[in-house]
Design a protein around this ligand. Structure first.
Ligand SMILES: C[S@@+](CC[C@H](N)C(=O)[O-])C[C@H]1O[C@@H](n2cnc3c(N)ncnc32)[C@H](O)[C@@H]1O
Length: 223
């Protein structure tokens, strides 16, 4: 486990297989969930005391959740050497203790299964996915038709994610959104996560805690 604010991701790295789709989340994008997206739910949002990321990788999302919530669980099917539980979230034979908020950046091709299982264990399920994930007949028939998201929160800024590490200087042509389900809550209007959140929600010690190349500048104008 990486204590919040403590030196991070780098010492004991283990490379996962490509099939696990390991793309760590920039820390600011998780802070945008907590500080922008969840508050947009208004009185539909239940009290959050516990949270979990069941695909926690090296902890880029779970350690940010720990900045805000007292009880945060981390697990992943692959052992990245971070001390988190090793468990396949999609193995229905294994129980998963109920949690208030399940937040994750799931592997793209398994995200539907993550949401379907997440809805059985969490009051609030929030996934960070490429915007194109909202398309697709299977996702429509197995999820969206009967259980439309409570909130679709589109990032106006790009959220650059690269394979295997967080690179604060990366760029991307891919758009991302947080999609949130709250048990028994009616859908809300589209929410746009405004520009400027990368700069506002990136903390001075994020590079030290989360980036592989610790000398990488946080913003292009710091080069
Ligand atoms: C896109 S990465 C996200 C990592 C981390 N949540 C983050 O935001 O930085 C997807 C993660 O899902 C994990 N994963 C893939 N299949 C899984 C499964 N069936 N159960 C649990 N974790 C899984 C991978 O090992 C990888 O760490």
């Amino acid at each position: 486990m990486i204590p919040a604010g403590h030196t991070a991701v780098m010492a004991s790295r283990r490379e996962p297989p490509d099939s696990l789709d390991y793309f760590p989340t920039p820390p600011w994008a998780t802070r945008a969930l907590i500080l922008d997206v969840l508050p947009a739910l208004g009185d539909a949002l239940p009290a959050i005391a516990s949270a979990a990321d069941p695909a926690s990788g090296e902890g880029h999302m779970v350690e940010v959740l720990r900045e805000f919530y007292p009880d945060v669980r981390a697990s992943d099917v692959f052992d990245y050497g971070r001390g988190y539980d090793v468990a396949d979230f999609l193995d229905a034979r294994k129980s998963f203790a109920p949690v208030d908020l399940l937040a994750t950046n799931p592997p793209f091709n398994a995200a539907l299964a993550f949401v379907l299982r997440g809805l059985t264990v969490a009051k609030v399920v929030a996934i960070l996915v490429r915007t194109s994930w909202i398309e697709g007949e299977r996702r429509y028939s197995e999820l969206f038709r009967e259980r439309p998201p409570t909130l679709y929160a589109q990032f106006v800024e790009r959220v650059p994610m690269v394979k295997g590490r967080w690179d604060p200087a990366a760029s991307t042509a891919t758009a991302y959104a947080w999609i949130v389900w709250v048990r028994d809550a009616a859908p809300r209007p589209l929410f746009l996560i405004p520009p400027g959140r990368k700069r506002a929600l990136t903390r001075p010690d994020d590079v030290r805690r989360f980036a592989v190349a610790a000398e990488t500048p946080l913003f292009a104008d710091e080069v």
